[in-house]
Design a protein around this ligand. Sequence first.
Ligand code: PMV
Length: 324
Amino acid sequence: MKKRIDVSAPGKLMLFGEHSVMYGHPCIVTAVNQRIRVSLESTRKELLEIEAPDVGIVGYKKKLEFLGKKEPKEVRFLEGAVKNFFKEFKVRSGVKINTKSEFSSEFGFGSSSAVTVAVLKGLSILFKKKLSQKTLFDLSYKTVLDIQGTGSGFDLAAAIWGGTLLFVRGGKTITPLKVKRLPLVVGYTGIKADTPTLVRQVAGLYKDYPNLIKRTFEAIAFITREAKVTLIKGDLKKIGDLMNLNQGLLDVLGVNTLELSRLIWAARKGGAYGAKLSGAGGGDCMLALASEKNRSKVEKAIEDAGGKVLKVQAQTEGVKVKKI
Ligand code: PMV
């Protein structure tokens, strides 16, 4: 019987500390219950075969010696993951990979990272190579840096560990946080943001105003550390305040937009404890924290302001292998 491995990995939402995490400060990320599902089989052909209909890739075939060369952008992370795995573990085999996503890659939930993690985890099981979570993180991070050139790796940590994590760039710190409840409302602006462009934009601002931006990063780090304690305590009112404070500083960094602001203010006026953008900014999603009582009011306010409410739950399980 042919062996098939089914793996899934969750998307993520940044709660606190975006951008400042690129400068060595901590951030807090949570995994969301929207997953990428990947199934893998080894084959006798000298080929990587991919079926990823969600991103328009059907019947894709690549000779193993050409992995990572001239690939379409939709399969860059998947192909990079296979290439790095084969190189690291000196494996050579045909492999067939199918992917299916529960969410659109437009939302900024980290589909590239989730697919990278799921593929590497699946390959490790298929080819019986032991991978600790940290080794899986390191290989995933190498893959993302090979392709994207930049990034803290926070999304990979969320895809691997799941839950809610305090994270420092490159996986220097990965601390699971015991957060009791995190009633988030997520609003999508309808605008796809390009993370590397925004990271470069902030780097440019830092160069022009080093003293001011350094202090802004430090203030964000202060809020993130406060948020860590407050999330564990479960003080929703204060978490909301900290989200608002963090948002003000993201505005200082120039990554807020009119569309994000509209949704954030609508949520606040609708009775949220607090609201902020999530991730690089420039578009993608915003987050609000709302009591059960106010949730539907906040959701309606976001929709009325032109946003699309995405039903997600925070703190979901990390990468998971389905036994078949
Ligand atoms: O846009 P997202 O959701 O990938 O978040 C980017 C967060 C940054 O801190 C700006 C970059 C990073 O890799 O940490």
